[in-house]
Write a protein of this length. Structure first.
Length: 385
């Protein structure tokens, strides 16, 4: 230390020969130099360095304080929090995973009013499912999609736990798994199969969950080890024996409804066509139902982003462009099918077909038979008349 300069901890008396204006505060102490040394080059340098250190200490202290005050991203998220969640009348104000919304989504899924991917957030697809559920039950439609009355109706659909334990099996981790899913169709045509990319993706889809929710519910758990017990959504339900007599595809609201005569028995959020490749209009019929389909690309389709001038075929798998299910319709090249991207249902565009999550497409396929009518509703056009 420079001669004549003194470093002192706060609280100790300041020597009489040091002027108060000549000292520098820093976190935890003071640094002071006699007036005659304040303008010397070594003294200026030392004061400057101590000032920098002081600023760094203040910044670190502030960050530590924020870390202590900020709630964790998934505070209180575990099986008990979700199973015991109760709606208090107020919707969540942020975009974090919420136990009440997880519970509502699972109850909707089990009641055959699919919210799409269960992610614990009150997004557009969950809102659509709640609206359809409310209408089917004849409940009052209000400004808020989830109300105490709606919550009570959801609870009345079943008392089974929302979250259950699941032991990862050898089959779950065996694969095969893709190292990477090609971004373009041409990159898929030479693959042996369009498998999942990881056990985590496979398990999440098996229980209708987003991978983010699966990870948040199982902190520190590995999903590639057989025998590990994890928490998952309890989406198992008894299959409906009702035969669907009519399917309604709403092009404006991006939804699919299945009816047994006049009764709505299943609802699904969907991606329905695009401006470039709109879905068909009018009434079509189901002509084929195929699980684990091949995807056949016809260059006459001229899909955006596909440069191939030759027809090609993509082998089956959940990450096939049409997912795990194909329900062929009586307009050539059109169908209702699954998807490799469940989180994008209702948020992206399709090449004219009707896209559902893989599990929703599988469920709908089980309710249908060849010849079932599929009506494409043009509500926007109807509203303009």
């Amino acid at each position: 230390m420079l001669a004549g300069c003194e470093l002192r901890v706060r609280g100790r008396p300041m020597p009489e020969n040091v002027q108060p204006a000549g000292h520098l505060n820093y976190a935890g102490g003071n640094f002071a130099c006699p007036p005659q040394m304040r303008n010397s080059e070594p003294s200026k340098f030392l004061l400057h360095r101590i000032s920098e250190i002081s600023q760094m200490i203040r910044l670190l202290a502030g960050l530590m304080l924020l870390a202590c005050l900020a709630p964790p991203a998934f505070a209180g998220l575990d099986a008990a929090a979700i199973n015991n969640a109760e709606f208090k009348g107020k919707l969540p104000a942020d975009d974090r995973i919420n136990p009440v919304i997880v519970k509502a989504q699972v109850l909707l899924d089990r009641a055959s009013f699919s919210p799409g991917e269960i992610d614990g957030k009150l997004g557009e697809n969950a809102e659509k499912a709640l609206k359809a559920f409310v209408e089917s039950k004849g409940l009052a439609v209000g400004k808020q999609s989830l109300t105490p009355e709606v919550w009570g109706a959801l609870l009345a659909t079943g008392q089974d736990p929302i979250v259950v334990d699941y032991k990862i099996t050898e089959k779950d981790v065996k694969g095969p798994f893709l190292k990477q899913l090609p971004a373009k169709m041409e990159g898929m045509k030479d693959l042996k199969s369009l498998d999942y990319t990881s056990p985590r993706e496979a398990i999440a889809e098996k229980f209708h969950m987003s991978e983010a929710l699966l990870a948040a519910l199982n902190p520190g758990k590995k999903f590639d080890e057989a025998g590990q017990t994890i928490a998952v959504m309890n989406v198992a339900i008894k299959e409906s024996k009702s035969a669907v007599t009519r399917v309604e595809v709403d092009k404006m609201s991006q939804t699919v409804k299945a009816f047994a005569n006049s009764e709505l028995i299943a609802f699904f959020p969907a991606t329905v066509g695009s401006e470039e490749k709109p879905s068909p209009t009018g009434v079509l019929k189901v002509i084929s139902i195929d699980a684990n389909p091949y995807y056949r690309y016809n260059p006459d389709y001229k899909f955006k982003g596909v440069k191939s001038k030759r027809a090609f075929k993509i082998k089956p798998g959940p990450n096939n462009p049409v997912g795990s299910q194909w329900i062929g319709l009586s307009a050539e090249g059109y169908g209702i099918h699954g998807t490799p991207n469940p989180s994008k249902i209702g948020k992206s565009e399709s090449n004219g077909c009707v896209r559902l999550t893989n599990w929703d497409a599988d469920k709908l396929a089980k309710l249908l038979k060849k010849g079932t009518e599929v009506s494409f509703i043009e509500r926007e056009a109807a509203n303009k008349k």
